[in-house]
Design a binder for this molecule. Sequence first.
Ligand code: PAF
Length: 281
Amino acid sequence: MDFLTQPITIAEWTAEVRRSGGSVGFVPTMGALHEGHLDLLHRAKAVHAKVGCSIFVNPLQFSDPNDLKHYPRQLERDRALLEKAGCDVLFAPEKEAIFADFRPTVYALGGLDAHWEGPSRPGHFQGVVNVVERLFHYVRPNEAFFGEKDRQQLALLRYIARSERWPERVTGCPTVRATDGLALSSRNARLNPEERKQAAVLHRALKAAAALAFREPVEKARQAGLDAIATEASVVVDYFGIADHETLEPLTTWGERDKAVALVAAQVGPVRLIDNVTLQR
Ligand code: PAF
């Protein structure tokens, strides 16, 4: 596996793959890799000649400086995991390299940041879109793979890719879960064993809402989720809601739609966790 830190070298790497007729799949990450990231990598490998992964803890997307400070960083371990998983190139730029001559763009996010993570994390999505634009600008992949766990991020990146006419294809992949249902996340590493057990309530709550979806009123399904979370007294809910599958607008009725999404964010010990599930009629 090649290990590159300079934007120009990753641009050349991609150009070389393209010259030999190959396509490039790309998995952008902030490191502290887990099975969820490796699943994205395997999906990319299944359809592209070469796959690249980036590790960059993007300061622009952290509204809480404490979260940025404590975000797990373990480059050597990540590098070994990627090597073993068959990644062809790891791009791990320094902040100075990725943001050289950079002026952030204020993107029109089409209202997709109006709810859920948007109000809780001001500036977060502008930070994500800006850094993904920089990464795409240097890596120039054919297709990039993102986890559905960050559903709002995925919806926004798809929207921006369309509205800004980015040539890269943005592909969403199913959330990878632990056996107790907890969505894999780099932040889980900061939970102690007791908190780790408590965190599984988030998926139980989403399942409780899913069991009532399209059969009972929206509010009843939402309340079932909140009631489930209340069984873990130390888990503090930020939001639990049901939204339109595409626009992520909160729903009050199911209407004619066939699909919706239940979303949750909650504080568990020192970390704020998010998760979601698709609701099918
Ligand atoms: O999902 C993430 O890990 C990050 O938000 C991303 C897409 C790598 C941008 O920093």
